[in-house]
Design a protein around this ligand. Structure first.
Ligand SMILES: NC(=O)C1=CN([C@@H]2O[C@H](COP(=O)(O)OP(=O)(O)OC[C@H]3O[C@@H](n4cnc5c(N)ncnc54)[C@H](OP(=O)(O)O)[C@@H]3O)[C@@H](O)[C@H]2O)C=CC1
Ligand SMILES: CC(=O)[C@@H](O)[C@H](O)COP(=O)(O)O
Ligand SMILES: [Mn+2]
Length: 390
């Protein structure tokens, strides 16, 4: 029986993971489940799956969690350190599905205990790619990609020599506003942005999909995970979201990964790897699909793709700054403080302001300095928002 933990179990990826666990109960023993505000879901799942421990990220919700778990033997805990302790509990496989850079420290803790980390939390790799990969190497731990494009690349690479790969192509749906006139974008609301044409996902990644920040993060994620050079990483708009990524080889062949837009494929692939296991996802009928379309992204509509290339070239702390500034800009957009198009401008401005920050330029790349860069970027993003909304 595989001992598994699910970090971010109450979210979209977490619930899809639990769906697969529920369908194969003899295969998995659940160690830890973690959530944030959704205490009812966390407690319900912990009871059903007989978890050892349930953790909420919010200290103030500990009493609620204790009440919800009353009469069971399940431990209840709360707060950032409790999340790390949960990730350190011996497990064979840990799903990293907390949203945002809050997932970084728990993910590292899981790698430090040698667990296989199923990585949905792309923000960890964007903020601290070299550190995450090194932590896996030094602890003999494995990272398996869960982000659909990266799972697709992993599958299309088929363990082949990466020197034979000329480029990888990551597909993007184009998001909620792909067909909107450009001049309407500045009036787009958070509710409109949080509607995805194909995928059913959490609110934040869905808005990132509309702004193309999601794809920008994924380009950097691909660079950090697979080690491809920035000029080998391409993005194509593919409105059907059925081809998740393609790997092009030096002999002219391109291997595409095709599948329905259902994250249980990528999650299940990481759960059962290196085996293939029957999963409850639709078998695509390509004759019924009929057409698969691809086109180049328009950088006027998606200016953040240009920023992603600058971040990939720069490396260092620019990934942590890019991600944290994006997280704050997104908070401000959701709160109605700024418009949809302001998010990219704010992140660009924060990157520019922090490029000459002495405390970062002289620092080594450690967890502490990455967290410092993250905090600085959040503060600068708040400054920029204040200046623009004065
Ligand atoms: N959804 C998808 O299909 C895909 C998601 N991903 C990535 O997977 C990750 C999760 O995405 P998704 O499931 O959509 O997100 P959701 O918003 O649906 O879920 C996020 C999870 O993180 C918890 N959480 C929120 N804030 C914190 C915090 N500060 N500390 C600890 N836990 C927290 C939430 O708890 P609660 O809800 O209880 O407050 C919830 O369990 C993201 O990194 C995303 O980019 C990648 C590819 C596809
Ligand atoms: C399912 C998944 O991996 C998401 O990251 C998805 O790719 C989002 O869709 P976009 O292509 O619209 O960003
Ligand atoms: Mn993705």
């Amino acid at each position: 029986m595989k001992r598994i933990s699910i970090l971010g179990s109450t979210g979209s990826i977490g619930q899809n993971t639990i769906d697969l666990v529920r369908r194969d109960p003899a295969a998995f023993q659940v160690v830890a489940l973690t959530g944030g505000q959704n205490i009812d879901q966390l407690a319900r799942d912990a009871k059903e799956l007989k978890a050892e421990v349930a953790v909420t990220a919010d200290d103030a919700r500990l009493d609620d969690l204790r009440t919800a778990l009353k009469g069971t033997k399940i431990e209840a805990a709360a707060g950032a350190e409790a999340l790390i302790e949960a990730a350190q509990r011996p497990a064979h496989w840990v799903m990293s599905a907390i949203v945002g850079s809050a997932g970084l420290r728990p993910g590292l803790a899981a790698l430090e205990q040698g667990a296989t980390l199923a990585l949905a939390n792309k923000e960890s790799l964007v903020a601290a790619g070299p550190l995450v990969m090194k932590t896996a190497r030094t602890n003999g731990a494995r990272i398996l990609p869960v982000d659909s494009e990266h799972s697709a690349i992993f599958q299309a690479l088929r363990g082949e020599d990466s020197a034979a790969v000329t480029r990888i192509i990551i597909t993007a749906s184009g998001g909620a506003f792909r067909d909107w006139p450009l001049e309407d974008l500045e009036r787009a609301t958070p509710e409109q942005a949080a509607t995805h044409p194909n995928w059913d996902m959490g609110q934040r990644i869905t808005i990132d999909s509309a702004s193309m920040f999601n794809k920008a993060l994924e380009m950097i994620e691909a660079r950090e995970f697979f080690g491809f050079a920035p000029n080998q990483i391409e993005v194509l708009i593919h409105p059907e979201s059925l081809v998740h990524a393609m790997v092009a080889y030096c002999d002219g062949g391109i291997i595409a990964h095709v599948g329905p837009h259902d994250m249980r494929h990528a999650i299940g692939h990481a759960m059962y790897w290196p085996e293939r296991y029957p999963l409850p996802v639709e078998q695509l009928n390509l004759a019924a699909v009929g057409q698969l379309n691809f086109h180049e992204p328009d950088l006027r509509r998606y200016p953040v793709l240009r920023l992603a290339r600058e971040v990939m070239d720069e490396r260092g702390f620019s990934g942590a700054i890019f991600n944290a500034a994006k997280e704050r800009a997104l908070d401000h957009f959701i709160a109605g403080h700024i418009g949809f198009c302001d998010m990219c401008d704010i992140v660009e401005e924060v990157l520019a302001r922090l490029s000459s920050e002495d405390s970062l330029n002289s620092a080594g790349f450690t967890l502490e300095t990455v967290l410092e860069a993250d905090q600085l970027a959040r503060a600068r993003a708040d400054d920029v928002v204040k200046e623009r909304t004065r």
